[in-house]
Design a protein. Sequence first.
Length: 283
Amino acid sequence: MKDKKSYKRYFTAGLLALLILPGIAGAQILNDPANPYQFQAGLETGFVGFISHRIQLGLTGTEFDYVEEGGQKNLFFFNRLTAEFKFVDRHNLIFLYQPLNLVTEDILENDLITDSLLFPAGTPMEFRYGFDFYRASYLYDFAKDPDRELSAGISFQIRNATISYAPKTGDSLRLTQNIGPVPILKFRWKEPFDNGTWFGFEADGFWADGRYITGSANDFMGAIFDVSARYGFKLREGMDSYINLRYLGGGARGQDETVDSYGDGYTDNWLNTVSLSLGFYLK
């Protein structure tokens, strides 16, 4: 809980810094217009809700519904940080960090088997679902107007997953941790209006099935879809704000060739989420 509160403090401090900085700086907050490159920082903060989330750990494991039995019916704190570099007019490099670390509690309605360990129905449980990810993207902007954008490119994402099941008695634990690369296709569009507002759309997505395309020695299927629509406006020169609606979903099914001491390495994990957030761009 302490780490969770620290996350919120850090991002609240970051949000306040974005609001205070324009009052201190001049017209150009971060960039000199004469430079051949430009930097843009982004902060997005709000809440995320789970439409569905099902997981199975182990070939003989239970298909577990996180929403109905794992305490994921609530809305959860959500944030994203981005750093973007634009150079030679139309080339963009984007770096994204999104933390997601959910710790929930619930009482099991049914028996839960995970990696051959049985948690009986009626057991008070603590669940941790950690799925931080880091994403680097390249975009090429086909729009000639500098106020508009029509970009396409590729992304490379690294997931940092931690999944644990623990009874409140503390006498047992099942823990799964892994780091994995994900190649993604990316698209982004922005259209400004005469009143100073703008509308934008962004999509990252990829689906893969098979041992070679996923980089696994065994057959493996994985997918990710990160799609958002946003409506923004200019607060002042060098600073924009926007409201963002996002769908983030996907998952993976397959058997990891690196088997731990208590599991067979099989995972079937799929989720669908929707988030609503307030974002800021600083240029």
